[in-house]
Design a protein around this ligand. Structure first.
Ligand code: NAD
Length: 360
């Protein structure tokens, strides 16, 4: 790929490559934007098929983080790091210490956290080399597991969608299909059932599925059947790219709103949902609770404020839907516009401040 062309086109500020001589670490940090604040984003460890795939992932994910932070109203930019390696085989202390030194070398421009393939325990090793890490355990004075806040934000976002689509945000008689009963999906299903919704769910791990059915009283369905459950709301809380050419045809819901990242296989699938009159809650807007949670560690606001910010996902989703209606564009595009508008506003402020400084 033509790296500099891509960076120009997508407004990336910086990409750093790091090769640990002794540790064997191969890492890439992509700083997409620091306009709103330091670039926060997790570290993904994955056995990428080649270096280009790793680079593309870092570039794509870091841009997504900028949009997520912006639309959530956080004073944070977007970044993401990838470590090329198999999390099941290649992890060791030396690797994460080396990675910590890389993060430290960026002097706070990039702040890391756990992501796919890395854990809170890995971040604890990284923390030995740098203070620019969030998502630490509560024993290390971190914010702990972000999932409860993510689930709460998704719940609030679902209510906003119901308000816009059905004229009431009560979920008391709603039928909701939940895909994935992991940390977020389980907690979300609990909240929905507490409000009186009927939840039909699927889960890859039979033990988790049975536990949830038993504890929460939800109905279970097959892994592929979830896409065609007749329901008001489909809440994907497992995998990305589940809204695709194959699944869209079978959907029998009126809203898609869940926690999974990158739900649309391609942007055009967001257009297809709109054409089918299915309201889509853009994933990075509705699942921002996790980012809000880890951001508390930066000291900008308290845990109570973090819950309030996650509750406000309700209003942000309504704003996205409003813009989508006003401009006659799909919701995913409306979310991007809101995110860009906040960044552009900040850029104008910075330019004005610079001009003022020069004139004095
Ligand atoms: P998790 O790993 O705890 O749960 C995911 C669950 O999905 C697992 O139980 C897994 O067995 C199940 N699953 C996998 N494939 C499945 C399939 N085909 N059908 C049904 N179930 C399947 O993860 P999580 O933390 O609950 O996150 C869920 C989603 O939300 C992920 O996409 C994640 O990236 C996203 N997300 C999570 C957070 C957070 O705070 N945890 C924040 C933002 C976004």
């Amino acid at each position: 790929m033509e790296l500099f062309d891509y960076m120009q086109e997508h407004n990336h500020e910086q990409v750093v490559f790091w090769s640990g001589k002794r540790s064997g670490l191969k890492a890439i940090v992509a700083v997409h934007s620091t306009v709103l604040g330091p670039a926060l984003g997790g570290t993904r460890m994955w056995p990428y098929k080649n270096e280009e795939a790793a680079l593309k992932d870092a570039l794509r994910l870091s841009e997504g983080m900028t949009y997520k932070a912006s639309v959530a109203g956080l004073n944070l930019g977007g970044g993401k790091a990838v470590i090329i390696g198999d999390p099941a085989k290649d992890k060791n202390e030396s690797l994460f210490r080396s990675y910590g030194r890389l993060v430290e070398s960026l002097a706070g421009k990039y702040i890391t956290a756990e992501d796919v393939g890395t854990t809170v325990a890995d971040m604890s090793i990284v923390h030995q080399e740098t203070s620019h890490v969030t998502g630490l355990s509560k024993t290390e004075h971190g914010s702990g597991d972000p999932s409860p806040l993510t689930a709460f934000g998704v719940y609030r976002g679902i209510k906003a969608c119901a308000q816009a689509k059905f004229g009431s945000d009560s979920l008391a008689n709603a039928r909701i299909a939940v895909q994935g009963l992991g940390k977020v999906g389980y907690d979300l299903a609990r909240r929905l059932i507490e409000e009186g919704a009927t939840v039909i769910a699927t889960e890859y791990d039979p033990k988790k599925a049975e536990k949830a059915a038993c504890e929460l009283g939800l109905q279970l369905t097959g892994l592929d059947d979830i896409y065609s459950v007749e329901c008001d709301i489909f809440a994907p809380c497992a995998l990305g790219a589940i809204i695709n050419d194959e699944t869209i045809a079978g959907l029998r819901c009126r809203i898609v709103a869940g926690s999974a990242n990158n739900q649309l296989a391609e942007s055009r699938h967001g257009d297809m949902l709109a054409e089918k009159d299915i309201l889509y809650a853009p994933d990075y807007v509705i699942n921002a609770g996790g980012l809000i949670s880890v951001a508390t560690e930066l000291g900008a606001y308290s845990t109570e404020e973090a819950w309030a910010k996650s509750a406000a996902i309700y209003d942000t989703i309504l704003k996205v839907i409003q813009l989508s209606g006003d401009e006659q564009i799909p919701t995913y595009m409306a979310a991007d516009r809101l995110a860009q508008a906040r960044i552009e506003m900040k850029e104008r402020e910075l330019e004005e401040a610079r001009a003022l400084k020069l004139s004095t």
